[in-house]
Design a protein around this ligand. Sequence first.
Ligand SMILES: *[C@@H]1O[C@H](CO)[C@@H](O)[C@H](O)[C@H]1NC(C)=O
Ligand SMILES: [Cu+2]
Length: 343
Amino acid sequence: MKATGLVIAAASVAGASAHAIFQKLAVNGVDQGTSCIRLPQGPSANFPVTLVSSNDIRCNVGGSTGVSGVCSVPAGGTITVEMHPTYAAADQSCSVEAIGGAHHGPVQVYLQKVADATTADGSGPWFKIYAEGLISGYNAGYWATDRMNDNCGKVNVVIPAGLAPGNYLVRAEVIALHAAFQTNGAQFYITCYQINVTGGGSATPSGVLLPGAYSPTDPGIYWDLYRSFSSYPLPGPTVYSGGGSPASSSTTVRTTTATTTARTTTPSSTTRATTTPSTTRATTTATTTARVTTTSSTTTTGGTTGISAPLWGQCGGLGWTGPTNCASGKCVSTNVYYSQCQP
Ligand SMILES: *[C@@H]1O[C@H](CO)[C@@H](O)[C@H](O)[C@H]1NC(C)=O
Ligand SMILES: [Cu+2]
């Protein structure tokens, strides 16, 4: 293994300060204010968590303490979580990247069923309801964070329709990978929201604990962004597939043998800084791992004709066999798994 990576990168050093915060919530397009959001506080509010063994990996620093509000969300509805660099008004502008500084990486959203969202500390089991990782390219490539930036910091997430009603914590996460080529270099930007799901069904998906579900050596956490790759393994569990949520990401997991994929580090003019030059970087980590492909899936066209999806209803996506036209609004692709009728 050539130590091609132990060189310096101006770009990633410059990006090191481009931190960000998930800080807004809309429900079916209606802004909810901030009363149900455990907003990170203080001058370091937009700093990332880097130790996946810390309780801060649940809801960020200070996020084990609740706030007074609970936002009501109908099961099957859509929440929009929104990220910006700081709380400053100027940083809310769509012309300012939601998370800048080449902070490429996945966006994931988890839920935890709790007795009381205003007091829950996040120690229960989390299940994943949304995940998007690498979309295209490599070194560095186009990622879920880049799509979020192109969408003014907004990420639309469907609350599974069959979910049991009641209080939940929502955990929205960006994992910035620009420094993830070194141990504990991945940056977790997390905010938790307090919601009350109404309607719904009886589903109580099983979950994973945090800390616990992530390891510093997971291939999707210990990841060299600055090389050639064709897919990226999302850390944590697969997306819960039930209740009318987007199709499980497990439907597109493909195991690729190391021999079929060239893992050669692309010679490149990109140079990088490691703050710990003695760190040995293993680029073999991901070569034999089952990897998630989000870009090569075929899109199934709808099998239902003559019926229109309602506003905010699903109108397409991988495996979708329901209506593909909208009774009102237009069908907008949220990700490969989900398209939705939006006004
Ligand atoms: C959650 O919604 C249910 C059903 O509408 C309601 O009875 C309950 O009071 C709500 N709880 C909170 C904390 O908002
Ligand atoms: Cu940063």
